[in-house]
Design a protein around this ligand. Structure first.
Ligand SMILES: [Fe+2]
Length: 630
């Protein structure tokens, strides 16, 4: 592996052609940058060892702000003036009948409205009245409309909501545009959150106890404490005169060993096939099917491990649009149950340079506002851990300062009764081309860095000693043993141990296969409770029995080989809607079973010491696999 070793300090450069925008290049990355920015022929370049590096980061195509806070009332309806004036297409619209079902969604009217030059009008008075007034707004003078923006090429871009008052003329009033969601439900606590389009007060009634948000805000986050275990809670939010009501249930006291089910899937980014299979970066069609199956199967929580969206974007505002589309698809169901999210490679928010005609992608910066990790943590509410970042590891070139992005809400553990789920981030500080261009600096797809390893070791040790916990599931986006489209990377790299992170010009000591073995040693040999690795990235379902008999090294592997004292399952389910990958031959193919390119939901049932799993196609309800895990 040829690595260019260059030592340099943090550089202050101007980026994106905006001379007022000065950003500091993180000094743990960008090993190739030799000199600060230069102006050449009116364009901005970074001079590097072998020439120039041009900032070619792509601007956003669409932003969340193009579609939100764009409504105003008119004499006969609602006018929408989108942020993108080139937008042409059509708008589907319809009233949302809250209270009509457990899972409110718009009932779309039979006609659409044309979008021209980024504007359209919803004719409430003419089209949503009389026998189409499903919410009785003609009496009450209020309602909520759901709408769907479709481009003139037929691509779904966004699903929105707007609340109105009046009987004509109409006014737009503060609208709950996202949620409510239930998060981090323990036997005695929970969080309920929702977002409004404008700053407003809100209140929440939980089984008769009132909470309120004051002063006015757009993010409404309610921390509920002192709840009773194994209990049903009805909750009702109020924003102005708008009310929505749902419920959630707390788990039993840890270690009760009651019977319950939870669900696992990942990889729901935009799929092929048209229509709702690609709601601007999200396969909303399969996601809704998966969530409906999740409810039908009586699951109590959902673990979703990465690649929620197409991502690989540069502006937080475009990432937020795709995250909004993801959350809109799961929203009707997530009013009732927590979903725990982890990060995948497609959650990358990146900066792109062209160096010697070769594009180089790295985690965007400043890390405090523009890293993939921070944008993800701002968009989702997950549990937190005491793992801060890779600062302070033996590879940190500057121990006195924070140089790495935060792990916040991307690495954590949570519990339900007698199980724990340990969530890892195998795309932390991700630089997509690091295996080919080590001098770009950054972390490798699939690599768990040193501080995260230490956290995992400590966490597994604690769980091993915890008498309330019988089973541990370890989840991360990338499989240990890929079987299809990611045989060339994940934790195998076609059998090459050479790929590894590079920090300020220095490749770390352990290669990807050595690190995989250290993980297996921790999870399989030094712990007894981990029962399965829940992985994704590859867009298929595949179960792999990992044991010592399984071939897991390339030919003539010179490194130390780890013996496995017991077996563990790798349950790969990246089948939540992303485009498929076909099966490939690997040394461990004979240890795999039930491979399918069909979409799949894993439903895992726990009853005291027993754990079993059924895997169901959410589109056809066909059973794909059924297995006793313990
Ligand atoms: Fe992935």
């Amino acid at each position: 592996m040829k690595v260019v070793f260059v030592i340099l300090c943090a550089l202050s450069i101007c980026l994106g052609g905006d001379s007022t925008q000065t950003k500091t290049v993180p000094d743990v990355s960008y090993d190739h940058l030799l000199h600060p920015l230069k102006l050449k022929d009116g364009e901005l370049f970074l001079q590097v060892k072998s020439g120039n590096a041009k900032d070619i980061t792509s601007p956003a195509v669409y932003k969340l702000s193009d579609f939100e806070k764009v409504a105003r009332g008119t004499a006969t309806g609602i006018q929408l003036d989108f942020g993108n004036k080139n937008l042409k297409g059509m708008l589907h619209y319809g009233l949302i009948v809250y209270g009509d079902s457990r899972f409110p969604m718009p009932v779309f009217y039979k006609k659409t409205a044309k979008i021209e030059e980024g504007s359209t009008h919803i004719p409430v008075l003419d089209n949503l009245s009389k026998d189409h007034d499903a919410v009785n707004w003609q009496e009450t003078g209020r309602g909520v409309i759901g709408y769907r923006v479709v481009s003139n090429r037929g691509r779904l871009l966004y699903e929105g909501k707007v609340a109105f008052s009046g009987k004509g003329p109409f006014s737009v009033v503060p609208t709950v545009i996202e949620g409510p969601f239930v998060h981090n439900v323990t036997h005695d606590s929970a969080i309920i959150s929702f977002e409004t389009d404008s700053k407003t007060e809100s209140s929440l009634n939980v089984n008769g106890t009132f909470y309120s948000q004051n002063p006015p805000a757009t993010m409404h986050i309610y921390q509920l404490n002192n709840l009773q275990p194994d209990s049903q809670y009805q909750y009702r939010l109020s924003v102005g005169s708008h009310v929505e009501g749902y419920s959630f249930k707390t788990p039993p006291v840890p270690g009760s060993r009651k019977k319950f089910k939870f669900a696992y899937a990942s990889d729901s980014r935009g799929g092929s096939g048209g229509g709702e299979r690609d709601l601007y970066g999200v396969n909303a069609y399969i996601l809704k099917k998966i969530m409906a199956l999740f409810v039908q199967q009586d699951c109590v929580f959902f673990q979703f491990s990465g690649d929620l969206i197409n991502g690989y974007l540069s502006e937080p505002a475009e990432m937020r649009l795709q995250y909004r589309n993801f959350k809109r698809a799961v929203e009707p169901f997530a009013h009732y149950f927590p979903i725990y999210y982890s990060i995948g490679n497609h959650e990358l928010l990146m900066k792109t340079f062209l160096i010697d005609k070769q594009p180089v992608f790295v985690d965007n910066f400043p890390y405090e506002t523009h890293s993939a990790e921070v944008v993800f943590a701002n968009e989702f509410i997950n549990p937190e851990s005491d793992l801060v970042s890779e600062d302070g590891s033996r590879w940190d070139p500057d121990p006195d300062h924070v140089n790495f992005p935060p792990y916040k809400e991307t690495v954590f553990q949570y519990r339900y009764d007698n199980i724990a789920v340990v969530v890892l981030n195998s795309n932390y500080w991700y630089a997509p081309l690091i295996s080919r261009i080590p001098e770009s600096g950054g972390n490798l797809h699939g690599y768990i860095m040193d501080n995260q390893m230490k956290w995992l070791e400590k966490t597994l040790h604690q769980l091993e000693a915890d008498r309330t916990i019988d089973h541990v599931f370890v989840t991360l986006h990338t499989p240990f043993f890929p079987n299809s489209g990611h045989v060339v990377d994940d934790m195998w790299y076609s059998g090459n141990n050479e790929p590894r992170p590079t920090i300020k010009g220095t490749p770390v000591e352990k290669g990807i296969i050595e690190r995989r073995d250290e993980l297996l040693d921790l999870i399989v040999n030094r712990s007894s409770k981990p029962i399965a690795l829940l992985t994704g990235d590859e867009h298929n379902y595949c179960r792999t029995l990992i044991d010592d008999a399984m071939p897991r090294y390339p030919e003539n592997y010179p490194g130390r080989k780890v013996k496995l004292k017991r077996s563990i399952y790798q349950i790969n389910n990246g089948s939540a809607g992303a485009p498929y990958y076909a099966i490939q031959q690997t040394p461990w193919t004979e240890h795999t079973s039930s491979f399918t390119t069909q979409t799949a939901l894993c439903v895992i049932e726990v009853e005291g010491p027993k754990v079993s799993m059924v895997v169901i196609n959410p589109d056809t309800l066909e059973e794909i696999d059924s297995v006793v895990l313990r």
